[in-house]
Design a binder for this molecule. Sequence first.
Ligand SMILES: Cc1cc2nc3c(=O)[nH]c(=O)nc-3n(C[C@H](O)[C@H](O)[C@H](O)COP(=O)(O)OP(=O)(O)OC[C@H]3O[C@@H](n4cnc5c(N)ncnc54)[C@H](O)[C@@H]3O)c2cc1C
Length: 377
Amino acid sequence: MKNYDVLIVGGGITGLSTAYYLVRNGVKNIAIVEKSYVGSGSTGRCGTGIRQQFTTREHIVLMREAVKIWQYWEESLPLPIHFRQGGYLWLLRSEEALNEYKSHVKLQNLFGVPSKIISKEEIKEIVPDLSLEGIVGASWCPTDGSAYPQDVLDSLRLFLKGNSVEVFDYEEVKDFELQGGKIKTVITSKDKYGVSAVLFATGNETKRLASKLGFEIPIENYKHQIVVSEPLKIFLSPMVVDSSLYFTQTYRGRIIGGTDTNEPPQNNLEATYEFLEKFSNELLRLMPKLASVRLMRQWAGYYVVSPDKHPIIGPTPIPNLYIGTGYSGHGFMLGPIVGKLLAHYIIHGMFFLEEANNLTLSRFKEGKLIVEKAVIG
Ligand SMILES: Cc1cc2nc3c(=O)[nH]c(=O)nc-3n(C[C@H](O)[C@H](O)[C@H](O)COP(=O)(O)OP(=O)(O)OC[C@H]3O[C@@H](n4cnc5c(N)ncnc54)[C@H](O)[C@@H]3O)c2cc1C
């Protein structure tokens, strides 16, 4: 039986980013077990967005640090990840919303994020093609942006391969053997591995795996749909947000975006016509010039949502088991910093950022929820 110092379950951004930082911190004997292909979960289905415009200290500080890593990864990973700081333009439709976002911007600025409230005229300068009827202003951060999810995973995987991390695709973790309250063995669909530490980077499956081990994680899986268009000449660099609608243009020229369909938690990833109709109507209201553009592909993935819309990271009731989940629609952007935090926690038993201490599973038992107001979709 092979033994691993750290066995990571799940080949999305959380799993690969944590493996990257374990390697960077000198851990040698690491495996990632992925039940399908790397990127088959939410990471490969996501909307590419990376932003620091949040409303809590925890999210703002983590995302400020994440953007530094995104910049570093763009320069240092073996393949291009197409990280681009085209900004996030968050449209506001009432004086009340404008005042609320002024206070969010104040908090963001306090922690070093260069966001600001801008006027309709300034919006026009950033995206001339927007119809601004009913818009009173926007919250704007030029250092927000996007990256291409599958390229990020491919690039991390290449780095990990070069550092002897084993990645097992199409192998599902099925069960565990415990000794003295700790996980001693991980049983998969193909093999059995001895482990010193285990990370659940398992997205929408995390709740089910935790309950197998006798503890609860308060997360629910919500279906979210998304669509991409045919490629167009590049004309749009920011992510535009208008209530639950968001869209940007990828480096390949495609418009990518989504909106909320307000469906209950479920285990179903069916793509629907209702979504397509709602998205198209909302998009064309804002950008009528896209009326003749053809939409090419539509799909769905899970937002794994926690009660306070923040991730749940770090220790669990099982002493050698760690988790990274519950991102509530922000896990791609947070992936690099959460991976760095988790690797540090697995090695040292503590976080290196004070804010991360407020993001562990224990906050739900202790009633210490921190509510995020700026959730899209
Ligand atoms: C439509 C949509 C748009 C989004 N847009 C954005 C965005 O713009 N920006 C952003 O930051 N976030 C966005 N998100 C959220 C983001 O995609 C997720 O938060 C993030 O990808 C979570 O990454 P993860 O690695 O934790 O989970 P995942 O990427 O879901 O990876 C988990 C992996 O674990 C594997 N797995 C599960 N159980 C097992 C098992 N028993 N054995 C082995 N493997 C297992 C799965 O197959 C999967 O590959 C979006 C999500 C959706 C659905």
